[in-house]
Design a protein around this ligand. Sequence first.
Ligand SMILES: [Zn+2]
Length: 171
Amino acid sequence: MAKLSILLYPSPIIRKKSAPVTAIDGELQRFIDDMVETMYAAPGMGLAAPQVGALRRVIVLDPSDDRTAHVPIALINPVLVAGEGQIVDEEGCLCIPDLNEPVSRFKHVTVKAYDRNEKEIVLEGADLLARILQHEIDHLDGVLFIDRLSTAKRLLLKRRLRKGAQRSSPS
Ligand SMILES: [Zn+2]
């Protein structure tokens, strides 16, 4: 396994739409293993392929409290098929370090996907699991959690993030 590097906002790649996976082969299995390793090392509760520069519809996540158990969920071509209720909670993203903002999300979701054994699965999640699923599936469409904030807040943040990016860029 190999750790992959995580792209940082405002990388143009994380704004692109990812393509569906057409073959669950050995290469994809190795890629999923690398994503899992990268997620735990970050550390993060979820990771989407575009965050490591691959525009393919793959996400990995682990919402468990005991993260030493390492029981990751890998989803291929995940689709949000139902959402219910609304809940606001703090959210962050590995592509935008040191930023946490309250985001409104569905409280319960149903997601259809393929697992890494090519089995079609239906996953139901509430609260944290539902939030991670929505956040990671958004990444596959180039959507970041900051896009889901109020317009005023988003403008303010984008200005701040732009300044931050300029400050940290090498001269
Ligand atoms: Zn993210």
